[in-house]
Design a protein around this ligand. Structure first.
Ligand code: ADP
Ligand code: MG
Length: 169
């Protein structure tokens, strides 16, 4: 049990349905209602279901991008559902959402190397030189020759018909 990465217990997220000028809550959308699962190190978990069944809300709530209505999110011995939003910051570098559509999640005018470096910079990881070394390593790891991408922007990569490489990022 010691290689358990994250444990979700009885996760609940209700969205209020508001009506009228006073925005009175008249009901609740039960987007996530009592969801529990554990993920172990090296494991991949697929969450499958029809559109609107609560897959995205489950992910957003685990990351506290939506506030959970109830339940526990146990990660590294901490209950992420109970800590302050401020304290959540140090876990954001481990727990991330990768959105499906590279066009809406990556800035087309930014250079690829800066898109990757931005995440490291946001978490104050490494100095500028080391950050770019790390970016080169990451590109290599996903099968992209760093020299080829180094000064490329999103736009120019799309122009060359290399969308699959963007998805790898
Ligand atoms: N911010 C929100 N406010 C109100 N209802 C929402 C909000 N986000 C999602 N929902 C509702 O919660 C339910 C689950 O949505 P979602 O998690 O996006 O489903 P999925 O990702 O499985 O398609 C849907 O009924 C959706 O309309
Ligand atoms: Mg979704």
């Amino acid at each position: 049990m010691n290689n358990q990465l994250i444990s979700i217990k009885n996760l609940v997220k209700y969205f209020p349905i508001k009506k009228g000028v006073f925005r009175t809550t008249v009901g609740w959308v039960k987007a996530v209602d009592d969801v529990s699962f554990d993920i172990y190190s090296g494991e991949t978990l697929g969450l499958v279901g029809e559109s609107g069944c609560g897959k995205s809300t489950t992910a957003m709530t685990i990351l506290r991008l939506e506030e959970p209505t109830g339940g526990d999110i146990i990660y590294q011995g901490k209950n992420l559902a109970k800590i302050s939003k401020n304290n959540m910051r140090k876990y954001r570098k481990d727990l991330q959402i990768i959105f499906q559509d590279p066009y809406s999640s990556l800035d087309p005018r930014m250079k690829i190397k800066d898109i990757i470096a931005e995440g490291l910079a946001a978490h104050h990881m490494l100095n500028t030189k080391k950050r770019y070394q790390k970016v080169a390593e990451i590109l290599q790891r996903v099968g992209i020759v760093p020299e080829y991408m180094w000064n490329a922007s999103m736009n120019s990569v799309v122009g060359r018909g290399k969308e699959s490489e963007l998805r790898a990022l």
